[in-house]
Design a protein around this ligand. Structure first.
Ligand SMILES: NC(=O)c1ccc[n+]([C@@H]2O[C@H](COP(=O)([O-])OP(=O)(O)OC[C@H]3O[C@@H](n4cnc5c(N)ncnc54)[C@H](OP(=O)(O)O)[C@@H]3O)[C@@H](O)[C@H]2O)c1
Length: 272
């Protein structure tokens, strides 16, 4: 059997939102490759505690609210104390809810909260990751940002979420040119998941009418499972597999084309 060497053994990977659906699967994939993982949670460590016994020497669990600069700074200090230089950051944590709102109804508080957690939180994690790279010597480094197909196609009733995710592209394109100043072979890439069954989307993806609308936009006529997204993240993180790939976006969405905006009954032709 051909075994692919990802070169990830002993690398230190910090994964934010590792207590969530995509983050937990990503953590498990890196652990299986022999990596050291610092996995973060915000409200509940339970999903990570459940897997801890199998990976007691290679998994560290840390609480962080990534909207707090102090907490993010301390997160990296703790990560250094446990496993040394952070070689790879998977900036995965984020929020989004199924309760959509028109822009007229959306409060400034909701807009600011989504932007603060998703965008400012990713900025803070990237900032302390780069500061960390500056502190330690090392050639390679990899930052993987997690966006969304909402950032590509937009998402009516979720302008806060889609704006926060579209911004990941600009962050990636800027930081790919900055990272080489703190790690000469450093790389920055973006993974855009499409509809993936996790706690964030459980309500939408158990609504049959909603799923029918969604599947009309996806040639593969299926939604993703967290492993699908984790695989793309792992590939981008690996210097062996993706060592010359930087500034790229992988959209993991089964070929998704966009959105069904209206049902047939909602569209009138002139002679109807
Ligand atoms: N599922 C999808 O269909 C989909 C599609 C496109 C993009 N995405 C993106 O993929 C990423 C992972 O989402 P998921 O589907 O795995 O959702 P999830 O299961 O709800 O996980 C979200 C993770 O983010 C953490 N988090 C939330 N607020 C935080 C904060 N203020 N500070 C630090 N961590 C915080 C959560 O921690 P606690 O649970 O401990 O609070 C959890 O670990 C998100 O960025 C999401 O926007 C998901």
């Amino acid at each position: 059997m051909l075994v692919v060497d990802t070169g990830l053994a002993e690398k230190h990977v910090l994964i934010t939102g590792a207590s969530g659906g995509i983050g937990l699967e990503t953590a498990l994939m890196f652990l299986s490759e022999g990596a050291k993982v610092t996995g973060t949670y915000n409200r509940s460590a339970e999903p990570l505690e459940k897997i801890k016994s199998g990976w007691s020497d290679s998994l560290a669990i840390t609480k962080v609210d990534q909207s707090s600069e102090d907490e993010v700074r301390i997160l990296f200090e703790k990560a250094n104390q446990t496993f040394g230089r952070v070689d790879i950051l998977v900036a995965n944590a984020g929020i989004g809810s199924y309760a959509g709102k028109s822009i007229q109804e959306m409060t400034l508080h909701q807009w600011e909260n989504t932007l603060t957690v998703n965008l400012t939180g990713s900025f803070l994690c990237a900032k302390y990751f780069f500061a960390n790279l500056e502190k330690f010597s090392g050639e390679s480094a990899s930052l993987i940002l997690v966006g969304s197909t909402s950032g590509l196609f937009g998402a009516p009733w979720y302008v806060d979420y889609s704006a926060s995710k579209a911004a990941m592209h600009g962050m990636m394109m800027s930081l790919k040119n900055e990272i080489v100043h703190v790690a000469p072979k450093g790389r920055v890439n973006l993974v855009n998941p499409g509809w993936t069954m996790t706690r964030m989307t459980e309500e939408a993806l158990t609504d049959r009418d909603m799923v029918k609308r969604i599947l009309q936009t996806i040639p593969m006529r299926k939604t993703a499972v967290p492993e699908d997204i984790a695989g793309a993240i792992l590939y981008l993180a690996s210097d062996k597999l993706a060592g010359h790939v930087s500034g790229q976006t992988i959209t993991v969405a089964g070929g998704m084309e966009g959105r069904v905006l209206f049902t047939q009954g909602e569209v009138d032709l002139p002679n109807d």
